[in-house]
Design a protein around this ligand. Structure first.
Ligand SMILES: *[C@@H]1O[C@H](CO)[C@@H](O)[C@H](O)[C@H]1NC(C)=O
Ligand SMILES: *[C@@H]1O[C@H](CO)[C@@H](O)[C@H](O)[C@H]1NC(C)=O
Ligand SMILES: *[C@@H]1O[C@H](CO)[C@@H](O)[C@H](O)[C@H]1NC(C)=O
Ligand SMILES: *[C@@H]1O[C@H](CO)[C@@H](O)[C@H](O)[C@H]1NC(C)=O
Ligand SMILES: *[C@@H]1O[C@H](CO)[C@@H](O)[C@H](O)[C@H]1NC(C)=O
Ligand SMILES: *[C@@H]1O[C@H](CO)[C@@H](O)[C@H](O)[C@H]1NC(C)=O
Ligand SMILES: *[C@@H]1O[C@H](CO)[C@@H](O)[C@H](O)[C@H]1NC(C)=O
Ligand SMILES: *[C@@H]1O[C@H](CO)[C@@H](O)[C@H](O)[C@H]1NC(C)=O
Ligand SMILES: *[C@@H]1O[C@H](CO)[C@@H](O)[C@H](O)[C@H]1NC(C)=O
Ligand SMILES: *[C@@H]1O[C@H](CO)[C@@H](O)[C@H](O)[C@H]1NC(C)=O
Ligand SMILES: *[C@@H]1O[C@H](CO)[C@@H](O)[C@H](O)[C@H]1NC(C)=O
Ligand SMILES: *[C@@H]1O[C@H](CO)[C@@H](O)[C@H](O)[C@H]1NC(C)=O
Length: 660
């Protein structure tokens, strides 16, 4: 019996059940509720596992259904919780038949369509979670709080709802959680929203809500969490935070707020997390740590703040995460930052900071520091080589694009926990120290665009976390938005460090010598970039052991010999470049090689796609004398390939003629 048949069966069953037939000791679900569930199931396109009237007609035993113990006319359905069941299809009016329903949870499915107004005829409903589905259309004008006045939790996150935030929410007096984040809501916030005096959590992030944040928000005196980030809010922040005495978490990043930090905000004793990243706030940073005793995380990055790096922040003793990057600040790191003993994540990129030696000497007293981002500062300074520097807990150091001179310092070798090191876009010389191989957790190393010389240390082929270890990294306590690591470079977001791909990037240096065959050990490496060096010798045959590789760039070196056929087995490689080397012979065919563009091979002595094209000992290609027609000597690759193709077609054509 298909599920539609099943649904019909349910309806018939429901109609045949009469309450008086039921003995009180074997109460089953109320027939009206059974009928409503059958109708509900009918509108969905997929059957719900665990809902089978043949096995048991008592819907109270079905997956996700909760009933009360009512004895009058069968047990009433009070909970319908069928999240993460891969359900598709729509929900329909019959749901309104479940008039005792208190909890409706359909989250994490693929349910679509507009909201039926009947949903809000459920007068006992308290919790509605429709998050992570494909609902669309307006939420407005459904009369949502006219009958369903007992709603406490409304979670519509991550759907495709559009239109305005509904005005009629105000009659849902008991609402305490409201989540509309991750939709396409627009317009301004209705003032009626601010009548919800029990509201403790309001999530509106990731919509297109515009206008000012009105003073009315100050009426939401029970708010604990307010997130309006990634919207189109503008104007100044209202000075009402004194009324929000329970507010712990306020995030308004990526809007267009202007003006000063309101006085009540920078004095909030309850706030633990404040994120105003990527707005146009200006003036000086006037956080009052003596009032903000609970502040754990402060992100004021990417604004228009000016003045020196604020001295006073050092009194926020509980601060774990601090981001002031990309502001027009200046000067030295204040000496008293050494008192920030709880600090774990710090970014001061592009803040015109100078004196790197002094900054590092101060920060080493922040013993719990695990991530330090100082990109785009200290222009033309010397990389300090003070052997007394110790960063025992540092797992990420990002010091790119500072034009630092000198060499890779010895003190780094004592950062045993290092997982991520980015020293790219500096002017560092000398060699890559062999002690890099001792970093047991290092999985992301970017030394690109320096002046490093000598061989690639063989020890890099022994990096444990690229061989076997699982990669885990401490994430900041809250969002830690760090934009472009380096001007003009790729946009790197260090927001989710663990999402970084395991990488060795030594490109744009002066490295010499071979590519070690032992690189095959690095099974967990995703990106190997050795572009623009002076590497020579062959491409080792067993690089095919780097089974996790997605990008391999060996271009602009002096590599010779053939491209090993075994590389065809690198099944995840989507970017491959060996152009501008001294390679010769046949380009392997099959696997991912059939997808690489010819630009990946150009600028070599004699690479070709035809058969019988082999490397001579003197590195120039020779061709089988029997196959004169397919000889391709010293032609630029594209022409060679094209010629090869044409000749192959001719050859095939002719062979068909001779073997009809
Ligand atoms: C219900 O259960 C019966 C007996 O196990 C089975 O034959 C039938 O296919 C099931 N129906 C659905 C819709 O799962
Ligand atoms: C119904 O009764 C059972 C047993 O007495 C009890 O465990 C259960 O919590 C009750 N359910 C409700 C919804 O009241
Ligand atoms: C709804 O169910 C999901 C699991 O599918 C759960 O994570 C979520 O907390 C539930 N929602 C509510 C409001 O309890
Ligand atoms: C929806 O929001 C409510 C209230 O914040 C929460 O309890 C529930 O877990 C959320 N649902 C999911 C799927 O996260
Ligand atoms: C609240 O409900 C009353 C009547 O039930 C209605 O007149 C009023 O307009 C509603 N308020 C809002 C803000 O929807
Ligand atoms: C906020 O509360 C004040 C005083 O209770 C009231 O006068 C005002 O109308 C309220 N504002 C909003 C937007 O609800
Ligand atoms: C910064 O905010 C603007 C909107 O104000 C948005 O378009 C942009 O994507 C945000 N940038 C980042 C890096 O989040
Ligand atoms: C940065 O601040 C200085 C004064 O401290 C000012 O002269 C300069 O114009 C500002 N730069 C920007 C880009 O706002
Ligand atoms: C660096 O900061 C200056 C001054 O605040 C700003 O003009 C510039 O756009 C910033 N650069 C980047 C890449 O963020
Ligand atoms: C430093 O980190 C350790 C381990 O996580 C923690 O127990 C300790 O309290 C932290 N110190 C400070 C001052 O926060
Ligand atoms: C190398 O770094 C400099 C800045 O130091 C930058 O101007 C240049 O574009 C970078 N080159 C590459 C290829 O990334
Ligand atoms: C690595 O992860 C896999 C699966 O994610 C797990 O089975 C294995 O035990 C982990 N190994 C270590 C050393 O943590």
């Amino acid at each position: 019996m298909g599920y539609r048949g099943f649904c019909l069966y349910l309806v018939l069953l429901a109609l045949s059940l009469e309450p008086q037939n039921l003995k009180s000791e074997e109460l089953t679900c109320n027939p009206n509720d059974l009928r409503a569930l059958a109708g509900f199931s009918n509108c969905l396109e997929s059957a719900i596992a665990g809902w089978n009237g043949t096995i048991t007609p008592d819907c109270c035993t079905w997956t996700g259904i909760t009933c009360d113990n009512s004895t009058v006319s069968g047990r009433r359905v009070v909970g319908l919780e069928i999240g993460s069941k891969r359900l598709t299809g729509k929900i329909c009016e019959s749901l309104a038949g479940l008039n005792q329903l208190r909890v409706l949870n359909l989250s994490h499915n693929f349910i679509w369509g507009t909201l039926p107004a009947e949903l809000f005829r459920l007068q006992n409903i308290e919790i509605i979670d429709l998050s992570n589905n494909d609902f669309l259309g307006s939420i407005n004008n459904k009369g949502m709080c006219t009958i369903s006045t007992r709603i406490q939790v409304l979670n519509f996150s991550n759907n495709h709802f559009s239109g305005q935030v509904p005005k009629d929410l105000a009659n849902c007096t008991f609402l305490n959680h409201l989540s509309f984040d991750g939709n396409s809501l627009s317009g301004s916030l209705p003032e009626t929203l601010f009548q919800l005096k029990y509201l403790s959590e309001l999530n509106l992030q990731g919509n297109s809500i515009s206008g000012a944040l009105s003073n009315g928000i100050g009426n939401l005196s029970n708010l604990v969490k307010l997130d309006i980030s990634s919207n189109l809010f503008s104007g100044v922040l209202p000075d009402i935070f004194g009324s929000l005495a329970r507010l712990e978490h306020f995030s308004a990043m990526s809007n267009s707020f202007t003006g000063l930090l309101p006085n009540s905000l920078v004095n909030s004793p309850s706030l633990q997390m404040l994120n105003l990243n990527n707005n146009s706030l200006s003036s000086t940073i006037n956080i009052n740590c003596y009032s903000m005793k609970n502040l754990l995380s402060l992100d004021l990055g990417s604004n228009l703040f000016h003045g020196p790096i604020p001295n006073s922040l050092s009194s926020c003793r509980r601060l774990k995460t601090l981001n002031l990057a990309h502001n027009n600040l200046s000067g030295k790191l204040p000496n008293n930052y050494r008192n920030l003993k709880s600090l774990t994540h710090l970014s001061l990129s592009n803040t015109s900071l100078n004196n790197i030696l002094s900054a590092l000497r101060i920060l080493q007293y922040c013993r719990n520091l695990s991530m330090l981002v100082l990109t785009m500062n200290f222009h033309d300074e010397q990389m300090p080589n003070d052997e007394n520097l110790h960063f025992k807990n540092l797992n990420s150091l990002i010091l790119a694009n500072c034009k630092l001179r000198g060499s890779i310092p010895q003190w780094l070798s004592s950062c045993h926990k290092l997982q991520l090191l980015d020293l790219s876009w500096n002017h560092l010389g000398g060699s890559v120290p062999s002690w890099f191989g001792n970093f047991e957790s290092l999985f992301y190393l970017d030394l690109s665009n320096n002046s490093l010389e000598g061989e690639i240390p063989k020890s890099l082929t022994e990096l444990q976390s690229l061989i076997s270890e699982n990669i885990t990294i401490d994430e900041p306590v809250s969002s830690f938005q760090l934009r472009t690591a380096r001007q003009g470079g790729p946009i790197l977001s260090y927001r989710q460090i663990s999402s970084f791909r395991p990488t060795l990037d030594l490109s744009y240096n002066n490295l010499q010598g071979p590519i070690w065959p032992d690189f095959w050990n690095l099974k967990r490496l995703h990106v190997l970039n050795l572009k623009e060096n002076n590497l020579s010798g062959p491409i080792p045959n067993n690089l095919s052991g780097m089974t996790g590789l997605e990008k391999l760039d060996l271009s602009h070196n002096k590599l010779s010999g053939e491209i090993p056929r075994s590389l065809v087995n690198l099944s995840f490689v989507s970017t491959f470049d060996v152009s501008y080397n001294h390679l010769c012979g046949e380009i392997p065919e099959g696997g991912q090689f059939d997808t690489f563009p010819s630009a990946s091979f150009e600028g070599n002595n004699g690479l070709c796609r035809a058969e019988y094209c082999i490397c001579q000992s003197d590195q120039t290609p020779i061709h089988s004398p029997r196959e004169k027609k397919r000889i391709i000597i010293g032609l630029p690759f594209e022409i060679g390939a094209a010629t090869g193709f044409v000749l192959t077609v001719i050859y095939c054509f002719m062979s068909r003629l001779s073997f009809p």
